[in-house]
Design a protein around this ligand. Structure first.
Ligand SMILES: Nc1ncnc2c1ncn2[C@@H]1O[C@H](COP(=O)(O)OP(=O)(O)OP(=O)(O)O)[C@@H](O)[C@H]1O
Length: 903
């Protein structure tokens, strides 16, 4: 939360304060008033800054001293605008940091963080040029400053890699980056760590020099308390409280000490005694920082802690109260002002600097770039090789009783087995049925195909004599005993054997001159409107897979890059240099654009041309769709990095979200196979609609004009935008959102806060929501969400209307009135009854027709009484040739003889 209006302080407003006994007005560069800062959430928050008042005059060196963990860095981060206070105010050069038009964060501040925060693969020169470009310095100026800083800070050759430098040298490069643009305010967090005494002296001399000559204000933290004697003013901190603040010589005089270290020790002892007096006995030995109630004690204590400067005077020095009142009276005005703060257009020079930085990072790691190109290719190749292909060489056992027993009537069983493609099913023959079954149970085979001893005879009886008694049907069938534990394999086995059996039957029928088409099922699959007669799973899954590969790759890489930069302090350094999240993301997208386009082209070439994945539609449209989805992945990666602090967290969040998205978006299995609720939810994954669009382009050849295609594009773009906005808002406001909670805790627990203060904080809290809602990106996101929902609802209504039309046919009686559920069930029962009656009637009719046909045929013997055979044909029942028998008969029923196809 922003704790006060940032932009309404007049730039020419002069801040004055009274320093100790000088009573002399001075111009302040940095001024904090009753600054409170908490870290953490409601249940576990710690107060790091307790009512801090700091006054840093312009053009002076301010030494911020204190032991490790006392809150120095936190205070510095608040001053440069990286953290917002929970309570209190800060002005830097008369304006709150981060206010519109203020160059803090930005060019006016040179920040050297505690960690080195440098790109390890960069040379010293590249590092300096990067910051120079960020600060919009021209090349000539950068070169001049580079030369000076390298010699001044005693740095090695400028072409040396940062990773090859010692820790101390790296810190000096970091200091050089902070000094580069000659900022008005220099904030140096322990710049002299790892620096030899000679160079330390040199650095101090330079700092004193620039503070005098160019009026640079310098805030410096250091553990070496004595070196701070060179500062114009020091602040001594302990446990988040300012114990004393004044000129070093005045402090020495006041406490009658010879060194600042002794002054600090004395102050610490006094503070400790005071703390113990104030604390309840039970908590005296406890940890001060662990819970909020301590905060209350600290708050009370803070009023009694030593302040060399006059607190009361300080309370009056900041011109916030009038502004607050003005905005409290008109919250909308306040909200508008705040919204305008965020309407900052991305700066070309910063995007350019960040792009050069990204390209340099890539250039330094060509191996990783190659890996980025290869990964999608390897993934799609593996997918095409491993997924969707028909299983081959499936091992099966065969028990052919007819062949074993050498049944004399024929060898139709062998003819059937010959029809089965050995590339698909590989048979191993068994002489005993039980052994074959055992082999399957042992997992050696996927099933047993059993043929009975008189298979040939039974087939002939069935096909030629129409014998349909159970024994004939049983003996004429191939019996399968399958291991159904693998669905895909058992489906393939069944399909192969059914097709082979059909072919076999047709062959047998043809050999007896019977039209083989009588074994065709009464379904004619005409030429498909889309796709192929024999559809391939690969063509169904590959489009979704191509989109998913790019999407997930973009998520992982982006999230990791940003989290690593965040962790190493590089992102913070960029933000303090005035870069916005939008600029960082834009530079990232532009650089990644080229990488991603190459990745997608490789992907398509491999999938389409090498693995023959069907892409009937426009290749360009496919590339564009995959690209938009890649941007969506980048935005999602950015969102992940905005909430994660460590690489491991990125991995957890990324992997944790990859599978749910993949599984619920219909990439692997049709959405139609999901329960209806899940199917509805699948509409809200970032992959579902783009995958559907990709499938429409690939297998239907649809263009952009089709609803599903353009909706896929719109969907991917909307998700990209949504993720991006949420990430940007989280990056910008995450600290504020957390602070909201802790402020409330503080407010509830602080005993001395007036109701007016509470209402003030409530106002500020509501304001932060207004701030979020009034951001143009948020409005755009909300509008696009409304549009997407509207389109979705409209589409569903249309589909429901169609469905309703079909249902009406059943559910409405003649009068067109709606039926109740009971009425509907009654109607269903009647309808089923009618259907049964109709089927019975049809069966009777068929029976009559059959009898009629039989009456028309001449009877020869018992079996052939219903058939006529051609005289020259082999009699399939007797196994004898009819040729020349004089009994002219054809075994094709005369009445059902068909004309040859095409005749
Ligand atoms: N992000 C954070 N979340 C929670 N606690 C934090 C966070 N950052 C710092 N702290 C805590 O705040 C306190 C002050 O930290 P800070 O880094 O400001 O100290 P410091 O005086 O700069 O220490 P040092 O001199 O060692 O850098 C410490 O107790 C630290 O554990």
């Amino acid at each position: 939360m922003l704790s006060f209006p940032r932009d309404q302080i007049e730039s020419h407003h002069q801040l004055y304060y009274l320093v100790g006994h000088h009573n002399e007005p001075k111009d302040l560069a940095v001024c904090t008033k009753n600054a409170w800062k908490n870290y953490g959430h409601r249940c576990k928050s710690i107060t790091v800054l307790h009512d801090i008042n700091v006054r840093v005059p312009r053009g002076m060196i301010y030494g911020l001293l204190g032991p490790s963990g006392c809150g120095k860095t936190t205070l510095l981060r608040c001053i440069v605008g990286r953290l917002d206070l929970n309570r209190g105010e800060i002005l830097v050069f008369d304006k709150p940091p981060g206010s519109r038009g203020h160059e803090i964060p930005g060019r006016s501040v040179g920040f050297m963080p505690q960690e080195t925060a440098l790109y390890k693969n960069f040379t010293i020169s590249e590092m300096l040029h990067h910051f120079g470009r960020l600060h919009n310095m021209n090349r000539k100026d950068i070169l001049v400053r580079e030369e000076f800083l390298i010699s001044f800070l005693d740095l090695p050759s400028k072409s040396k890699n940062v990773s090859q430098l010692s820790g101390g040298q790296q810190r000096r490069v970091s200091l050089a980056c902070a000094l580069l643009q000659q900022p008005r305010l220099l904030i140096l967090d322990e710049p002299t760590v790892g620096v030899d005494p000679l160079l330390r002296e040199k650095i101090w001399t330079h700092l004193i020099n620039i503070s005098k000559t160019s009026k640079t204000t310098i805030i410096i933290t250091t553990h070496y308390i004595e070196e701070a004697r060179k500062a114009d003013r020091v602040g001594l901190m302990r446990n988040g409280r300012m114990l004393a603040e004044d000129e070093p010589s005045l402090l020495l005089n006041k406490y009658n000490q010879t060194s600042l270290e002794n002054v600090f020790l004395q102050l610490c002892c006094q503070d400790q005694n005071r703390l113990q007096e104030q604390m309840p006995i039970s908590t005296r030995d406890g940890d001060r920082d662990t819970d909020v109630p301590d905060d209350v004690d600290d708050q009370n204590l803070s009023s009694t802690s030593i302040h060399v400067s006059i607190n009361k005077t300080n309370q009056d020095c900041l011109p916030f109260d009038d502004q607050k009142k003005q905005f409290e009276n008109n919250p909308m005005l306040f909200a508008k002002r705040m919204a305008s703060n965020y309407l900052i257009l991305p700066k070309i020079h910063k995007i350019y600097a960040l792009m050069i930085k990204d390209v340099t990072v890539i250039k330094r790691n060509i191996g990783f770039l190659m890996f980025q190109f290869l990964i999608p290719v390897i993934q799609v190749a593996l997918f095409c090789l491993c997924i969707g292909r028909n299983p081959e060489h499936i091992p099966m056992a065969i028990y052919n009783s007819e062949a074993i027993n050498g049944f004399p009537t024929g060898n139709l069983s062998l003819q059937l087995l010959n029809k089965i493609n050995p590339d698909q099913i590989h048979f191993t023959s068994f002489n005993q049925f039980d052994k074959a079954i055992d082999a399957v149970k042992q997992g050696h085979y996927w099933g047993v195909a059993a043929i009975q001893y008189n298979f040939t005879q039974a087939i002939k009886n069935k096909l030629l004599a129409f014998q349909t008694d159970p024994t004939t049907l049983n003996q004429s069938s191939l019996h399968l005993y399958l291991d159904m534990s693998n669905q895909q394999l058992s489906i393939t086995i069944q399909s192969v054997l059914l097709n082979s059996t059909e072919l076999f039957l047709k062959e047998v029928l043809s050999s007896y001159k019977i039209d083989p088409s009588i074994v065709d099922p009464p379904v004619i699959i005409e030429n498909p409107l889309y796709g192929n007669v024999v559809p391939k799973f690969l063509n169904f899954a590959a489009p979704g897979m191509m989109i998913s590969i790019i999407f997930f790759l973009a998520i992982g890489l982006t999230a990791l890059i940003f989290v690593v930069e965040k962790k190493e302090g590089l992102l913070e350094r960029s933000w303090i240099a005035g870069v916005t999240t939008i600029e960082i993301m834009l530079a990232h997208v532009i650089v990644k654009f080229f990488i991603q386009i190459i990745q997608i082209i490789f992907l398509i070439v491999f999938a389409d041309f090498i693995f023959k994945v069907e892409i009937k539609g426009s290749i360009f449209l496919s590339i564009m769709l995959i690209f938009v989805q890649g941007i969506c992945g980048m935005s999602y990666g950015l969102l992940i990095s905005s909430v994660c602090e460590q690489e491991i967290e990125v991995m957890e969040v990324a992997i944790g979200s990859i599978f749910p998205i993949l599984l619920s978006s219909g990439v692997i299995w049709p959405l139609e196979g999901m329960p209806s609720a899940m199917r509805f939810l699948s509409n809200f994954t970032p992959l579902t609609h783009p995958v559907e669009a990709m499938r429409c382009i690939a297998s239907r050849g649809w263009s952009f004009g089709y609803f599903k295609v353009w909706f896929g594009f719109v969907n991917a773009s909307a998700w990209s935008l949504g993720f991006f906005i949420i990430a940007a808002v989280l990056f910008a406001l995450r600290k504020s959102i957390m602070d909201d909670v802790t402020i409330e805790d503080d407010l509830e627990l602080s005993q001395d806060l007036s109701s007016q203060t509470k209402s003030q904080h409530n106002f500020l809290k509501s304001f932060s929501i207004v701030e979020i809602l009034t951001q143009p990106w948020t409005i755009f996101l909300l509008l696009s969400m409304v549009v997407v929902v509207f389109i979705y609802v409209k589409r569903n209504q249309r589909r429901n209307r169609n469905l309703l039309g079909a249902r009406d046919y059943i559910r409405h009686d003649n009068s067109g009135e709606n039926l109740s559920h009971n009425q509907y069930d009654d109607m269903e029962r009647i309808r089923q009854k009618q259907q049964k009656a109709y089927e019975e009637q049809a069966l009777r009719h068929l029976e009559q027709k059959k009898i009629k046909m039989e009456n028309m045929k001449p009877r020869t013997d018992e079996t052939s009484s219903r058939l006529k055979y051609r005289s020259n044909d082999h009699n399939p029942l007797t196994g004898q040739s009819n040729r020349g028998s004089g009994d002219s008969c054809s075994w094709r029923p005369s009445s059902s003889r068909r004309k040859p196809a095409g005749g």
